[in-house]
Ligand binder design. Structure first.
Ligand SMILES: [Zn+2]
Length: 92
């Protein structure tokens, strides 16, 4: 299983477009269907090295990096168990 960063906005539930502000700055695009990052910009240096948040591109609110990624983890678990339930129908 590969580790994957996935973010969910705690305010509006957006999962598609975020700006990530940590010690670097990056714009990412995610796919709701696959729970994966499908596009990302190059990493740019962030002049404010102590930032640790993501900005939702839909509602433009900022949320804690850890909060958004924790929600993302739950989102993926939910999606995965959902799709597993779909493919693990008894075939024998
Ligand atoms: Zn949002």
């Amino acid at each position: 299983m590969k580790t994957n960063r996935f973010f969910v906005c705690p305010y509006c539930g957006n999962v598609e477009k975020f700006k990530i502000f940590t010690s670097n700055y990056q714009v990412i695009k995610q796919s709701q269907e696959t729970g994966m990052c499908i596009d990302k910009s190059g990493i740019l240096p962030n002049l404010r090295q102590h930032d640790n948040y993501v900005e939702c591109q839909k509602c433009l609110k900022k949320s804690e990096y850890e909060v958004a990624i924790d929600l993302g983890r739950k989102f993926i678990e939910h999606t995965r168990s959902f799709s597993l339930a779909n493919v693990s129908l008894p075939v024998r």
